[in-house]
Design a protein around this ligand. Structure first.
Ligand code: ATP
Ligand code: MG
Length: 249
């Protein structure tokens, strides 16, 4: 990191608000609107939330209520129009792009509804992709045996140990999602941010993915934030954030 970047980091990440007790991640006054022609369409109108370390939080709300928008702001994939996101005693919504990317790579595990696996790679290779991207060629080769060990262990933990050489097209939806979960964990993130991870699965596969997440949460001491519109799934959570009219109800 250059001096310039570290200076920006030090200045920008000064906590401007009081940290709530025990919160690993928290927001204050988050606002987001999208432009539609000359019109600004408001989606989030001042979201305040806290996510406790080690907890399982569900974000629920009707279709179009802003759940995915909120998750993207938490993951620093998008920036709020107003308000702040804090993680690990640091303000993160206004970090420079490079630092947000580093934060995502090292600390956040991201899971989406449509898996986003690379079709030409095997299950095992897909799980290794984040390490290839983060490390660069030579560093990756140097550490490859460790990564292979960890990727194999993760695939076994998500019940995919018998499918390491399969390509995504040869897997069921639940198997693809469990592979995506293993990939999200390869960098040992401290928080998992999942957007409807079971939304595209039938009940049986959805239950299997949820059980996998539950098991991993305990074993790996993970904090999980999951968007869902399934109330039964939300009932498994320690905390439920319900979005209504762009605010936490
Ligand atoms: N890129 C965009 N440009 C314009 N409007 C957008 C954009 N992304 C989302 N919106 C609008 O913001 C609102 C919230 O969208 P979001 O995807 O966050 O909802 P959601 O709660 O995740 O819905 P769902 O349950 O259907 O996934 C919607 O009304 C949507 O039309
Ligand atoms: Mg959504």
């Amino acid at each position: 990191m250059s001096n310039f970047e570290s200076k920006i980091d030090a200045e920008d990440s000064v906590a401007t608000l009081q940290r709530p007790d025990k919160a690993l991640m928290w927001t204050r006054g988050l606002e987001k609107s999208y432009r539609k022609g000359s019109l600004a369409v408001p989606v989030l109108n001042g979201v305040d939330l806290e996510i406790e370390a080690g907890s399982f939080t569900a974000i629920i709300g009707q279709s179009g209520s802003g759940k995915s928008t909120l998750l993207h702001l938490l993951a620093t994939l998008d920036a709020p129009c107003a308000g702040e996101v804090h993680f690990n005693n640091r303000r993160i919504d206004n970090l420079p792009a490079k630092q947000r990317e580093k934060l995502r790579n090292e600390q956040f595990g991201l899971i989406f509804q449509f898996y986003h696996l690379l079709p030409e790679l095997s299950t095992l290779e897909n799980v290794l992709v984040p390490k290839m991207v983060q490390d660069g060629f030579f560093s990756y080769l140097k550490n490859k045996s460790n990564y292979l060990k960890r990727a194999t262990e993760l695939l076994e933990m998500v019940g995919m140990g018998h499918r390491t050489t399969h390509k995504p097209a040869e897997l069921s939806g639940g198997e693809m999602q469990r592979t995506a979960i293993a990939r999200a964990l390869i960098s040992d993130p401290s928080i998992l941010l999942a957007d409807e991870p079971t939304g595209n699965l039938d009940e049986e596969n959805g239950d299997e993915v949820m059980e996998t997440l539950d098991r991993l949460r305990q074993k790996e001491n993970l904090t999980v934030v999951m968007v869902t519109h399934d109330n039964a799934l939300a009932q498994r959570a320690d905390a439920v954030i319900r979005l209504i009219s762009g605010k936490v109800a």
